[in-house]
Design a protein around this ligand. Sequence first.
Ligand code: TYM
Length: 338
Amino acid sequence: MSEQTAEVKKQRIFSGIQPTGIFTLGNYIGAIRNWNALQDEYECIYCIVNQHAITVMQEPAELRANTMRAYALMLACGIDPQRSVAFVQSHNPNHAELSWVLSCSTMFGELNRMTQFKDKSAKHADNINAGLFTYPVLMAADILAYNADLVPIGADQKQHLELARNIAVRFNQRFGDTFTVPDCYIPKQGARLMSLQDPTRKMSKSDENANGCVYILDDKDTILRKFRRAVTDSGCEVCWGEGKDGINNLMSIYSAVTGRTNEEIEAEFKGKGYGDFKSAVGEAVADHLAPVREEYARLSADKAYLMQCMETGAEQARRITRRVLSKVYRKVGFLELK
Ligand code: TYM
């Protein structure tokens, strides 16, 4: 047997992130850190999903700048364009094309059940556009166009992934085996980081209270300040428990950046107050993010390099999806030109 055929084919990963601002600590711990860690073991494809971003109102010049910045941030977080395909969604038209076909295999009722649609339409009541509603179909197309095996995401995207799986199964049943049914990869710690100011709500880029959200480019003083001000409860013991949303959240963050278990954290802070704990979490997060900030400063100064990586990534992405899309077109009965 030749060396090549003896080699086990790597499983494929796809994931994406919206270019709607600086990535948060939630984006980083819930998703991108894992994107980075999985690069050796899997064939990885990572995407800045700018087409998803326009489901809410965007200022065009700002979206362009944010897309460039998100791409640089993705690389600064360790995504290596030599090892992984790193590209921008609108540079591969196959996603949108597949999305149309898949939307005809998706039920209105399924989309109507998506909690993110309900949340976002409540938040953007003046702009409940059809794209916001069909957003999960485009996300399914992103994943299925690559026949991805695994999708590393935070917990908030689980419902969308379930829908992508259902769409794949339904399409396969109707037209014969076409798509891989993807699994999700959700981290054990930090799958859902909460706001530091309201630990019952998800940490989000769009948090109105800037102190609730840590951005991965925040400097050390800002990070320490945000953690010092984190909302906790009236107790004083650092331990996991019901009704201790703030402390639970801080423990998840500390665990995610130090690798320590909850028991180890409880032992470390036994007899110490919340103040000491908050400072320690701030220090650990700041140290953890320092290399990302440095790498971002270096990369963002080299626009030519970023553009070149983007172009290569887009070409690699198109090459993979073109074949999948032609297969889909054949299966559904679109007449081909010679
Ligand atoms: P987006 O841009 O909102 O977030 C990107 C990733 O970050 C995770 N995340 C979090 N994880 C833990 N705690 C938090 N507070 C937190 N906030 C965000 C998200 O779960 C996500 O993994 N629809 C997707 C983007 C997308 C996509 C895809 C993802 C489009 N196509 C295909 C995977 C595969 C989104 O809006 O993610």
